[in-house]
Design a protein around this ligand. Sequence first.
Ligand code: SF4
Length: 742
Amino acid sequence: MKVLLIQPPLVQLNSPYPAGAYLASFFRTMKCEVCFLDLSISLFYKIFSRPGLTRIFELTEERALEMADKAEREGDQGTAFNLRRYVSTSDSWCSWIDVITAILCGDAREKEHELLFSPKAPRGSRMENFLNGLGREPSVDDVRFLCSYALADLADYITAVFDSNFSLVRYAESLTVDESSFSEIEKRLDSPVMTEFYRELLEEVLDQEDYGTDFLVGITVPFAGTFMPALYTARYIKEKYGSKAYVVMGGGFVNTELREADDMALGKYINALSYDRGYGGFYDFIKKTEASGGGMAFDSTPIYKFRKFTKNGVIAPDWKGDEHITFIESSATRGTFPDFSDIDFSVYPRLCDDKNPMQRLWSDGSWIKAYLAHGCYWHKCAFCDTQLDYVCGYEMTDVERLFKSLYRTAWDHYIFGVHFVDEAMPPLALKSFALLNARAVNLGGNKPLYYWGNVRFEKSFTYDLAALLSYGGLGGVSAGLEVATGDGLKNINKGTDIDSIVSACAAFKENGILVHAYMIYGFWNDTAQNIINSMETLRQFFAAGLLDSAFWHKFILTKNSRVMEEWEKGLHPELKPIFPEGKSIFARNCLHFEGEKRFAKWGAALDNALTAWMHGKKLEMPVRKWFDFEVPSPTVPKNLIEKAIDRYEERKSAPVKDIEKREIFWLGSKPVACGKVNKKGLRKYSWIYMQEEFSSEFEESLAELLWKLRPETEENLYKKYLQQIKKSPEVEKLRGSGLVII
Ligand code: SF4
């Protein structure tokens, strides 16, 4: 069977989304002929290229000038100037755009000098604000920032003058989120970007290939900002291929917002919705298609986790499946690894839009996206979608096979960064991955992968483990700090506490691992005191250097959360959800609740303070001063985090118990002899660890043994050396100066 997998626009620019790559891999194991198209990056280049921008300016010049006149009449000189400048300098934009994208892809270094200094180079207001805000002469090292702002400037122009649905990394998101009527979305499908650019792109890419008689099309919809283009894609395919194409939509948005969608209106565009991981459903679909003698006409047969839209009506999903299907689903989850062979990583622009090093990880780098485990091993937080498979369906991958696959992908594409998109990377899996990465030196590479992703801040991330993970390539972690108070963490059932969070953050930071925290405010039972305490604790985290960045989310109540599950059983009587009236195609996973607006006004001050802290500013300013309305004083001790750090230090240096059950690694540089052997047969050795020099006296045999205990050492040999080191009385002494015990 031929399978066409499509990532519709628009998603982040710097890396391909992983869903298509995972499914491509899965379908290939089923002997299907697969093609994975990332139409998001293709649409980007359709617009952000010389011909694309030329067309944009041709289509918008008149309207832009009219808008400028109107703005001037209304006294808005700034807008009038900007719009006229875009039109007047359109030639310059068109001749520079390919250079701008090339620079962001790591090419055209020489042109960076010209873009910065040439008076003929284009400028938009974001570019100018950036240059003016530098407070110094710009240098060529600022040019990647300048190029990122150039794209944002052009996107502003396109949104204002051509298509209000457009943004660089989302399309028509607010329309999809706000509009409960599917027919309204349908009416707006023929929007300017879709008809002027996307349709032509679909024609170009789909006309290149003969898909044969019957073929399967999988369209992934990770979030609302891709839904409208996904529908447009589906409609185009249906118009072009009719019943030859069996079109299935899946992905995060389908799993949540279309979970209960059974309106036949969708049947005009697609044949089925696929829920959750997709493997079991597609397997069931292919097997039943084959059993029916080909042709995809077995309309009345239910399929595992597929909702089918047929001529005879909607066929509900078989949610449970049989033993065989669930076995297939589970083994595919553990053993399917992303196949990016259809992807050219070199065309993904790496944006520089923030000086904060952790924030930059998200946009600056073409990451290979993968997961160490499906779902979350904790899956108990009150606010999380714990009833949905992407959280509660916890399943570890085969880490060794995953590593080998990513290692091969890295060398194939010459991309050595991995973004693990796990809900929470399990500590043990991370440790295995770090060791495999360190031992890759034996495969002819040299610790090739640098990786980052979500974790849970928990005590198991000790200093020693974090040191090993850092050695093995872990570069950044993000995790929920959520409500940074002891009671708050208990209330949301976070399963961790402030001490454990401090401990994990300190361990990561000491070992050069960037740390980001997710914060939440505005819970159904929140109080002003809770929020201010949480904010003060967060301030102390930043002041102590435990975090690089953070983000405040306003609490969103979801239908599939643990708190709603408990509410349905009669718990949380103070929570008053508001259910949407009338039937909608969307499941409305996000619910309103009574009193949710109480804390809306807190958002601006929380964000302003955080922005300053993330850039190392105003860390000592009392948190109350960020508000222009009355807020209570924090009641958390001023030294809450300082004390927690003291306890972390005590634990770090406490004697290790059960040494016989532990693993010991040497992470320092090679111990080198200084001077001669003394009368006791000992010699002074020195080495570097954490950029510092350490020295100690011991026997030559120990110096050799330490060097053999590096994580790079092949596993069987390592086990032998491990037994030897455990007999050495020096183990405890060397801990913290290059030796870690895990
Ligand atoms: S919030 Fe994170 S840690 Fe908590 S259940 Fe969800 S995925 Fe797991």
